[in-house]
Write a protein that binds this ligand. Sequence first.
Ligand code: NAD
Length: 485
Amino acid sequence: MIHTDVKKMKNHINGEWVESLGEATESVPNPATGKIIAYVPLSTEEDVNRAVEAAQAAYTSWSKVPVPNRARYLYKYLELLQTHKEELAQIITAENGKTLKDARGEVQRGIEVVELAVSAPNLMMGDALPNIAEGIDGSIWRYPLGVVAGITPFNFPMMVPLWMYPLAIACGNTFVLKVSERTPILAERLVDLFYASGFPKGVLNLVHGGKEVVNGILDHPQIAAVSFVGSEPVAKYVYEKGSANGKRVQALAGAKNHGVVLGDCNLEKTVQGVIGAAFGSSGERCMACSVVAVTEDIADEFVALLTEETQKLTAGEGTNEENFVGPLIRESHKERVLSYIYSGVSEGAKLLVDGREDSKKEEGYYVGATLFDHVTTDMKIWQDEIFAPVLSIVRIKDLQEGIELTNQSKFANGAVIYTSSGKSAQIFRNSIDAGMIGVNVNVPAPMAFFSFAGNKASFYGDLGTNGKDGVQFYTRKKVVTERWF
Ligand code: NAD
């Protein structure tokens, strides 16, 4: 049933909100209640074509705007995002479900990328070396690529889009954004604030939808590069198809992040860190810690305290500050997570905290914090990305076994060690495959001025998002060798 009082969202093309050319829509429920809060259009390839046409037209002049002037628009955007922080967090909680505390954290992490992008004049600077041969100078110059596109997941409706367009646009590109059809609402505010900052029309375009829009982007000959963040199979697909079509692609994918806890760690701080990393944002984080390998000397003590603390976490609406675990994104995801909990039990893991009780709530898509002990590498709960507040404990004899176990995962996004030994931390850093490593921190998500990407099946591509990688991804170099007579 279509609710006529619920708004149908629009695309934003060439500086204006426009109806999608497609008839089909998908409903967007508030995951905490199941109540429909918007309808998102499933746009067509023709919508993509129009957005690219607008972006291409804008590119001609935007790429010629002096770099410091481009940065000034972003300063204004930064100011507006900061002024609207709380409103943005409230929208994230309404459409994604995460608690307001987590949403506020996300808004802050998104803003930090704009803080990076305003230093475009520094970031884009090339290199020069005079006198490389008699009377000859050499230099490297950076130029924008043209029209670039971004495709984003549901779990960070603000931070992940902001990994992409501010830096791309600061570098002189124009942008076509396709956000997740499951969390499309925040993007509307992000685009409105963008144009309230004075940017010329067509610099940022938004096309809502699903697979057809993604294919429209991947097939469009005028799109020079694609940034993707999402699940592993789709990341691989986007990377392969985009690359085959001659595009530069960075595709950040799924994860199964491991923590290794050694006997010499600070027990209380480690337990608190693991709780935040495993159950924050309901575990719907690519940097969530979903397996902890703990050495036998401390395992019983660690597991006892972790169980006690996990039992205290309540699941419920993200707007109630007392809740630690918000709802999952959709009913279908909840069912999938429940099936993993059943599989863990049937495969012989010991269920210490059972979040299934919360799934019986009448409204919303809840699974409470869930803790398994004595998990082994042949179990599905060890192998697969569950993307939920489900944590597995594995018992190990020493650091070396923890490293070997972690490196068996097909994913390699993040990994963290808890120890008071600098030597153990050094060995861990040198031996772990993961792209982002933490030592005694909860979630080792790098700040915006560092790059962000994993290894193995967690990343398809070469250059990650953010930092110097991001600037390199969104620019092309020209090397000049010159002699003057
Ligand atoms: P998803 O892959 O379902 O969707 C991501 C994007 O791809 C969306 O815009 C969606 O519309 C599109 N899409 C989905 N199916 C498609 C298909 N068959 N063909 C073409 N396009 C398709 O991911 P999600 O569920 O929204 O996000 C969660 C996933 O993202 C998790 O696996 C998580 O680990 C990953 N993630 C990774 C990072 C990272 O930095 N590595 C960051 C955030 C999320």
